[in-house]
Design a protein around this ligand. Structure first.
Ligand code: ATP
Length: 822
């Protein structure tokens, strides 16, 4: 309807003079065409009549009489020979253009025509050497002129070269496109011929070869597009009422049906070259014994892409790819390997409970804080007293009493949570006199952990309400741990590693272990050929030398980049999708695809590393922390000294999940958790877990060294891989040059504004800073260097913009605070 209206309005726009001139041009083109044809047929007679226009006694043999003669003589004989037909054609083109019909592209048509109007007469002049009318006088004379200058051979060369050049320039012909065209022709003709022979083995192989040639990189992704047009025949139903068409002869309608039905097109993502599949045509035999081929497109008729077909075939022959097959007999460690520490049931000491309650109530009363309700929840290490204050009592007033309450209860580790998140209460955590130990065995055996449907489940221990607490490292996606010496950090790391080992097969998980203290992680060397990753040509998988850490971190960055490349080629968003696709045999190992295990980097004493290697360690860690989550590299970084020069803003910004064991001061607690509280913990695995939003107090599960040893031995005794998982080689020269340390005194006045612009636009570009802040290049460049030194952006990256290392403005503000504190 809309189209009709459009056409109607289009017709109305054409004015009468336009119609008249359009028709005139078209009529003139027809007159010219017929006159020229007629002239060519009788040119000798017609030519002899030239100049007898006014003589009525002389009769013309041209279709258009003497005018026809005259036109033919003028355009063909006296000028451009048969190229005159192009003039007639141009008149026709002008006519259609006046009618606003876009049958021809005006400038292209004119330029093509002009070329041939020049070339054809000379060509025919050279072929006929001036005999006849094909080249016209113009053609002959130009040819003659050229011949006298450049000779006959030169003339032909000019003609040929100009002809070839014309095609090359006009149609943008290049050797590659010619090859593609030839392939197309080959595909369309020979391919079709082959397709006409169903079940032919050669046909399948040929297609497969062709497919492989076209999509070498990623043969897996082929989309099938089914054009849904008005002509789509998918809804045609052959019913019993169908009356066969009766014709006396044997007739086939196959050709006709094919023409009208649109053919499905297979578009390969790599080449986007359409290929036409064969559609089977059922043959209906009519009474009259003629073959009537009807095409019915059913869903199953739509071709499955050959890659899909291939992977389906492979899966049906060999089943899904099993990454565990190399170590098919590997036995996961049993819970029995962990020590049973006896009864872990929480015993309620009513006297202790009552005493604490009375003290709290009494104390609050002396400070005029009325309580309407009090409730106790007993956990393994602390008891949580939840208070509902009387109406009108300010939370801040209770918060202020924290020290007084602690003093009065004469207990370490009192923590006041005012208000309790999600509840209308105030929480007071009071450590128990006899805490219950949480064994690793009890939490590993718990249904919550056993049935945890997570990529990298970690069972930390138990919450304040004695529930098993399980978190997914893959979601964190990196973990920062801090705690003063002797407070349970090493046990915590062992608990994390043990949880992962209990849940993941060696083919699914690899650890890169950095242990500057040399003794903490040495137990794990026994599982080197099962669970550890290392640099090629290194002896020990567990890295104790700080110089080697830099190489390993940079090698992990290369592994990360390689993995991103693999994911990109496989059109996958994350490692999970990628591995699933690999298991379905959709990714060809010959193209570098492989099953990707998760890699967990564990750094036991980060402070030590930062002190010795500084930015050289900080940069790759920050880079990994920022980018590695999608490709399955996760970081666990632990430190004894949570000071700001160890846990820098750049590190903190990229580690949303944090664990704090007991720390020495409130400042340390603020550094690690962004809030106080960790200094109030009681130690021995009492910890706070911060997931970026909520703070949860947990009792870490206890796993002793002999238990870890037993697990490592159990795994180490089993058949492993021939070597540890090898990381990509890294040669130190690749290390990027770094700018000096950030100096707050030399900070540009616009430093913070510039940082905010960079973070909000996520573009580390100097010219963008120039534009936004209206600065000269030098100053913008200086600010960019300062941003790099502060860890806001990455190093200079050639022509590309610098990598932005901080993802949001909140993290940036925290970095500013931290920089001010330096
Ligand atoms: N979850 C826990 N449950 C019970 N006791 C614990 C727990 N964690 C630690 N402990 C006790 O605290 C001691 C010290 O723990 P751990 O070795 O983990 O400390 P650390 O923080 O690693 O110290 P360092 O940094 O000096 O190595 C342990 O030997 C153990 O007795």
């Amino acid at each position: 309807m809309k189209n009709e209206q459009n056409t109607a309005s289009n017709t109305k726009i054409i004015s009468k003079p336009r119609i008249i001139s359009g028709i005139s041009f078209i009529v003139l083109s027809v007159v010219l065409l017929l006159s020229f044809i007629s002239y060519l047929m009788n040119w000798k007679a017609d030519q002899s009549q030239a100049g007898t226009m006014s003589d009525k006694t002389v009769e013309s043999s041209n279709l258009f009489g003497k005018i026809g003669d005259w036109l033919g003589n003028l355009f063909i004989f006296e000028s451009i020979g048969v190229a005159a037909f192009i003039v007639a054609f141009l008149f026709f083109v002008f006519g259609t253009l006046i009618f606003k019909k876009n049958y021809f592209k005006p400038w292209k048509t004119i330029s093509h025509s002009l070329f041939f109007i020049c070339w054809i007469p000379i060509f025919f002049g050279a072929v006929t050497n001036g005999e006849g009318v094909l080249g016209g006088v113009y053609g002959y004379q130009i040819m003659d002129y050229l011949k006298s200058y450049i000779g006959l051979v030169g003339l032909w060369m000019v003609l040929l070269v100009s002809f070839v050049l014309y095609f090359v320039l006009e149609f943008n012909l290049r050797p590659s496109s010619i090859k593609n065209k030839l392939n197309d022709i080959n595909d369309n003709t020979f391919g079709r011929l082959k397709n006409m022979m169903p079940n032919s083995e050669e046909e399948f192989e040929a297609d497969e070869d062709l497919e492989e040639e076209i999509i070498p990189e990623n043969p897996a992704v082929i989309e099938t597009l089914t054009p849904k047009t008005e002509n789509d025949f998918s809804n045609i139903k052959v019913t019993q009422d169908f009356e066969p068409i009766k014709t006396p002869n044997q007739t086939s309608f196959k050709e006709e049906t094919k023409e009208s039905a649109p053919e499905p097109i297979i578009l390969s993502s790599a080449t986007a070259q359409p290929q036409k599949p064969v559609i089977e045509t059922p043959v209906i035999k009519s009474e009259d014994d003629f073959a009537f081929n009807v095409e019915i497109k059913k869903d199953e008729d739509f071709p499955v892409s050959s890659e899909q077909q291939k992977s389906d075939d492979l899966v049906s022959r060999h089943g899904l790819y099993d990454h565990k097959l190399d170590l098919a007999k590997f036995q996961m460690p049993s819970v029995e390997l962990l020590k049973d520490y006896g009864n872990e049931e929480i015993t309620i000491n009513k006297d202790e409970l009552e005493e604490n309650k009375n003290r709290i109530v009494g104390l609050l009363k002396t400070f005029n804080v009325g309580i309407s309700e009090i409730k106790a929840t007993i956990g393994p290490t602390v008891t949580l007293y939840e208070i509902v204050p009387e109406a009108g009592i300010r939370v801040a007033a209770i918060k202020k009493l924290q020290d007084d309450i602690a003093l009065n209860l004469s207990a370490l580790g009192i923590r006041i949570i005012a208000p309790m998140p999600g509840k209308g209460t105030i929480g007071i955590e009071v450590p128990r006199k006899n805490p219950t130990m949480v064994s690793m065995r009890s939490v590993v055996a718990s249904p919550k952990f056993q049935s945890a449907d997570m990529d990298l489940p970690i069972v930390f221990g138990r919450t304040i309400s004695n529930e098993v607490f399980v978190a997914d490292l893959a979601k964190m996606p990196h973990l920062l741990m801090a705690g003063a010496t002797g407070q349970g950090k090493s046990v915590g790391i062992n608990a994390i590693l043990t949880s992962l080992i209990y849940k993941k097969h060696p083919s699914e998980l690899k650890f890169v272990m950095v242990d500057p203290k040399k003794v903490e992680l040495s137990l794990y060397s026994k599982i080197e050929r099962h669970y550890l990753a290392k640099l090629p040509d290194t002896e020990d998988a567990i890295i104790t030398d700080n110089a080697k850490v830099i190489n390993t971190l940079n090698s992990l960055c290369i592994e990360m980049d390689d993995r991103y490349e693999l994911l990109k080629n496989a059109f996958c968003k994350n490692i999970k999708e990628y591995n699933a696709k690999f298991a379905q045999r959709k990714l060809n190992p010959e193209n570098g695809h492989r099953y990707l295990p998760y890699i967990v980097l564990v750094v036991d004493e980060f402070a030590d590393l930062i002190m010795t290697a500084g930015k050289e360690v900080e940069h790759p860690i920050a880079r990994l922390a920022q980018l590695a989550r999608a490709i399955g590299i996760h970081l666990i970084v632990a430190t004894q000294r949570p000071s700001v020069n160890v846990i820098t803003g750049m590190i903190k910004a990229n580690f949303p999940a944090r664990v704090a064991f007991r720390v020495i001061s409130g400042v340390d607690s603020k550094t690690i958790l962004d809030s106080p509280g960790a200094e109030q913990l009681v130690g021995k695995g009492d910890m706070l877990y911060f997931n970026g939003n909520d703070l949860t107090r947990l009792q870490c599960a206890f796993v002793d060294t002999p238990e870890v040893e037993r697990i490592a031995e159990f795994i180490g005794e089993q058949k492993g891989y021939s070597d540890a998982y090898l990381l990509p080689e890294y040669s130190g020269e690749e290390a990027s040059s770094t700018v000096g340390a950030f100096d707050p005194n030399e900070k540009d006045a616009l430093f913070e504004d510039a940082a905010r612009i960079v973070i909000s636009t996520q573009q580390g570009s100097t010219s963008m800073l120039q534009r936004q802040l209206k600065l000269g290049y030098n100053r913008a460049g200086r600010i960019m260097d300062q941003l790099e030194a502060a860890g806001v952006v990455g190093g200079f990256n050639g022509a590309k913009a610098r990598e932005v290392l901080i993802s949001d403005l909140n993290s940036l503000e925290r970095l500013f605070d931290e920089l001010k504190g330096r």
